[in-house]
Write a protein that binds this ligand. Structure first.
Ligand code: BG6
Length: 510
């Protein structure tokens, strides 16, 4: 349990010497969209509460629907109140602090415009000066045209020390070719250093803490390599289905939606070499080197799955094919499992197994490092399979924490080996900071720290690894799994082939 003084040491960010971000205007394209309401506004509210926004910070919301400053302010206020009450939302607050929300609210302004109309960019030019962050909270088909619009209107030119930055959401491309084309298109309009490609997994506290865990503990790094590690499992299991996103999900599927982006970020964090510093380029260079070392994944090393009707948390739930905006004969995958290999000195020969799926038995996002068994069967016949490996599980959802499984002696006169777990949850040691996951990302792009954002080469390397799957996977080759299960049997067979099995989604090692 935490030492009481641990808590006392924790002060809010401003008190800990974290300075407010420099003054800037945050231009949000898609000001009335879901992302703005669900994540950006709660994050700005939390940043304001932590004293991390400058007095001269302001927001200019752009949308193609009619609105006014007052109208947008009250719509976003209502949404914030609603999300605070919704137990399923990312934003939790017993009450909205009027001072923090007032700070954000009075800085919100509205501009109507069509994202593809040069008149919008001319109007923006009239209203903007000095530092600006352009946030593209819009459908991916607008990314290229908005950046071009900004570029042509001269709004990406950085003069007199002022910055102009562009935040781009995912999905960044649909495959390697389209990602390359989009990178080429936007890089004609501004320098790479001005683009902040978001992967919201990198805003998760535990994901960032993987670096701290690896590189701030002398005992871990020496064993974090092929000599000691048997295999690594990276899981992002969700209980939610496709919800109202069938239109987006049908042409996308689990592989594109989760693997080259979110799961690859976890992979990079757990497998990259130590950077020379926490400088953005140093970290991103290491991630790039790692992603480039990932061997292209052949279709024979992957399984696509789709959920059929089943029961989850006491509810009967429909099959994917019966979801809204989904074709009745859809072969889109809602689950994917794959094995990948990393061709470098540290990881040669160590398989990395990745899986993600919707409507699975439980929500669990984690990285599990399975260590090689002890080299000598000294305890054979003493109550435990000598091959049971030590496992370190770094959990991101549902609880931020880590657990290590060890073999110990069972108390008593005879030598018997039993299995125990030492674990910690962040919540037991540190005050829970209000966080919907975008606070750090917004603060970082205002302060110009690109460490947690993806460079063009990082994005392309992720797509390159899955490209053979996208091109070579027979579309009809989809395995079915019932809602509320651990995924299709074919995914178990993928590991059984190598004499391994998936760890349980309940956090227990089977
Ligand atoms: C999004 C995907 O990027 O990430 C969703 O489009 C997915 O399909 C989500 O549900 C998962 O994120 P989180 O933070 O809920 O684990």
């Amino acid at each position: 349990m935490p030492e009481p003084e641990n808590e006392a040491e924790l002060k809010d960010d401003a008190a800990c010497g974290v300075a407010p971000a420099p003054p800037c205007t945050l231009v949000i394209f898609g000001a009335m969209g879901d992302l703005t309401k669900r994540l950006l506004m709660p994050s700005l509210y939390n940043l304001a509460g932590g004293g991390l926004l400058d007095q001269d910070f302001s927001i200019l919301g752009v949308d193609h629907n009619d609105n006014t400053d007052a109208g947008l302010r009250s719509a976003l206020s209502e949404a914030l109140e609603d999300f605070a009450k919704d137990p399923d939302s990312e934003f939790h607050a017993d009450r909205i602090d009027p001072e923090s929300w007032g700070f954000v609210r009075e800085r919100i302004h509205f501009l109507k415009g069509d994202f593809e109309d040069p008149a919008l960019f001319a109007a923006l030019g009239e209203r903007l000066q000095d530092n600006v962050v352009f946030y593209l909270a819009v459908a991916a088909r607008f990314f290229g045209s908005v950046v071009e619009g900004l570029g042509k209107a001269g709004l990406l030119r950085q003069t007199d020390g002022a910055f102009r930055r562009v935040v781009i959401e995912k999905p960044f491309g649909q495959d390697l070719d389209s990602a390359k084309a989009l990178n080429a298109r936007i890089l004609k309009c501004a320098d790479e250093s001005q683009f902040y490609r978001i992967d919201h997994f990198l805003g998760k506290e535990t994901v960032q803490s993987i670096m701290a865990m690896r590189f701030a503990n002398g005992m871990l790094e020496p064993i974090w390599r092929r000599e000691y590690v048997d295999s690594v499992q990276i899981t992002a299991a969700e209980t939610v289905g496709v919800e109202e996103r069938g239109g987006f999900y049908e042409p996308t599927g689990a592989l594109r939606d989760m693997v080259p982006n979110h799961l690859f970020q976890l992979l990079c964090m757990v497998a990259m070499e130590p950077p020379n510093s926490f400088d953005a380029e140093a970290v991103r260079n290491e991630k790039a080197k790692l992603a480039e070392a990932v061997k292209p994944i052949p279709p024979t090393d992957a399984v696509r799955g789709q959920y059929t009707a089943g029961r989850l948390d006491g509810h009967d739930l429909p099959a994917y094919r019966d979801e809204h905006n989904v074709a009745r004969d859809s072969v889109t995958e809602t689950y994917v499992a794959l094995k990948l290999e990393i061709d470098n000195w540290r990881w040669a020969g160590v398989p990395f197994y990745l899986r993600t799926g919707k409507r699975m038995a439980s929500r669990r996002t984690e990285i599990a490092v399975l260590f090689k068994p002890a080299p000598f069967r000294l305890f054979e016949g003493h109550g435990i399979d000598p091959l049971t490996p030590n496992v370190m599980r770094i959990t991101i959802d549902p609880q931020h924490g880590a657990a290590t499984e060890l073999n110990v002696k069972v108390p008593g006169p005879k030598m018997r080996i039993g299995r125990v777990r030492t674990s910690f949850r962040y919540a037991d040691f540190f005050k829970n900071q209000p966080n919907v996951g975008y606070e750090t990302l917004l603060y970082d792009c205002m302060t110009g720290d690109a460490t947690l954002f993806q460079r063009a080469d990082n994005i392309e390397a992720g797509w390159a690894a899955v490209d053979p799957l996208l091109k070579g996977w027979p579309q009809a080759d989809v395995a079915f799994y019932p809602v509320g299960s651990d995924g299709p049997e074919e995914a178990d067979a993928l590991l059984a082939r190598d004499g391994r099995h998936w760890l349980g989604l309940d956090g227990e090692t089977d």
